[in-house]
Ligand binder design. Structure first.
Ligand code: MN
Length: 440
């Protein structure tokens, strides 16, 4: 496999791609799936504030020179088939797209491509990947410590944490694309002062801001993935919201971990940013404090591997009252994926270390991304100390956990002077009451 090559920065004839703060610059070219005007589900590529229809893209000369990969992209409704093609062909496709949207493209190509572009703002996005398996990790030591402190003040971090990338198997069928309403789940809730639980709508509904990594080429059953190859198995990254019912979780989680407190829904952003586009923002994993154990040899990676991603992530909240008053969403917190204790490469290698076969399209969640500072707490559980310190939103509103009508909006982007901005778009979900009119 060749090392991915990043593009020399260039301007695009799509003006919005060069606008300051634009997520989808010419260097990004993220993939998505969307419903075209004729109602069919097509793959697309983001450029500026537009989405390009890959189904009809074969008509463009810059892409028609790549017969195999463009035929695959044109026929597909999910990214899985592209994932099977491997990094070299994806790179070739990205080079073709870069040539097509660069200001140096031929007049003919621009004329052919222009009608295949439509505004992102009016696009109906679909789940970009047919996700067979979903595993969610717990890779932020700050999150693990914050949460542990709430439940076990004398021993916040369990002894296995610094050795094992902890995870649980999530539910793939309830993963939805950004914008899908989140129905408040019901479940067993048990107050500390009662002997038995009740079945009722969740009262402690929470978000978790995470990055998701999609597996490209997998590994055969019984085989492992050496740490030095792990990054090559990652097709691309997305934003992910691991909605969590804290009251259901605290009663059900022992001894086998989260179950119905998480499986009611998970939201992913429509855009999958290719691993190649993130290459300039790969950084060395943060050095472990001197007292921490080194990872076991199979999880040990050199600093040169630059296995961490410098991705800034933000949580915004739009309440019903803010919406009614015409106010914009309010930013609650901001964190960075480079603060994770375990890298995605380590998560991939650990996942396959028992011979478990990872498949193209499998989704791996990072776990809640929290930093050391309170302003980077990635969940309300941490931010409000399990509901004991309500968060003041201004205008008299406050929150312990999410209320019906609340819309949670995640944003993510890579930004550094001298480098093109690489954005992830948004991951949104609005809370609606349980079906059947049950009151929360
Ligand atoms: Mn999670």
């Amino acid at each position: 496999m060749t090392t991915p090559v990043t593009f020399a920065s260039a301007h695009s004839w799509v003006d919005s791609a060069s606008a300051p703060g634009c997520d989808f610059s010419l260097d990004n070219l993220p993939f998505c799936a969307f419903e075209s005007a004729s109602g069919e589900v097509c793959l697309g590529v983001g450029i500026g504030d537009l989405v390009f229809n890959l189904r009809q893209g074969v008509a463009c000369t810059s892409l028609s020179m790549l017969p195999a990969i463009i035929k695959t992209a044109s026929a597909a409704s999910f990214l899985n088939e592209l994932m099977l093609c491997g990094a070299e062909r994806i790179h070739a496709l990205r080079c073709g797209l870069h040539a097509l949207f660069a200001a140096t493209a031929s007049k003919d190509d621009i004329a052919t491509a222009r009608p295949l572009l439509s505004p992102i703002s009016t696009t109906r996005f679909c789940l970009p990947v047919d996700i067979g398996n979903y595993t969610d990790f717990y890779a932020s030591i700050h999150h693990a410590t914050n949460v542990g402190r709430l439940f076990r003040p004398d021993q916040p971090l369990l002894p296995n944490y610094k050795f094992v990338p902890i995870g649980y198997h999530g539910r793939a069928s309830s993963i939805q694309v950004s914008g899908t309403a989140v129905t408040r789940p019901s479940g067993q809730l048990k107050a500390p002062d009662t002997a038995a639980p009740v079945y009722a709508p969740c009262r402690q509904l929470d978000y978790e801001i995470e990055m998701g990594a999609y597996i490209g080429v997998g590994n055969p059953l019984g085989h492992t993935i050496p740490i030095e190859h792990a990054s090559q198995h990652i097709f691309g990254l997305s934003l992910l919201n691991d909605w969590s019912a804290r009251d259901i979780q605290s009663w059900e989680y022992q001894p086998l971990g989260p179950f119905l407190s998480k499986s009611f829904m998970t939201t992913v952003s429509p855009w999958v940013v290719p691993a190649e586009a993130l290459a300039p923002y790969r950084v060395a994993v943060a050095k472990r404090p001197p007292d921490d154990p080194e990872p076991l040899p199979y999880l040990s990676e050199s600093e040169d591997a630059k296995a961490a991603y410098d991705i800034q992530v933000e949580v915004h909240l739009l309440t019903q009252a803010m919406r009614a008053a015409g106010l914009p969403p309010r930013k609650l917190t901001a964190g960075n994926a480079k603060d994770l204790y375990w890298s995605f490469a380590q998560m991939v290698t650990h996942h396959a270390s028992n011979g478990c076969n990872l498949m193209p399209g499998d989704l791996i969640g990072s776990g809640t991304i929290s930093g050391q500072a309170e302003t980077s707490s990635g969940s309300l559980l941490e931010l409000t100390r399990r509901g004991s310190m309500p968060l003041q939103l201004g205008d008299g509103e406050s929150r312990t956990f999410l209320e019906d009508g609340d819309e949670v909006i995640f944003r993510g982007f890579c930004e550094r002077p001298g480098l093109p901005r690489i954005g992830f778009g948004e991951c949104r979900g609005m809370i609606q009451p349980p079906h059947g009119g049950g009151a929360a």
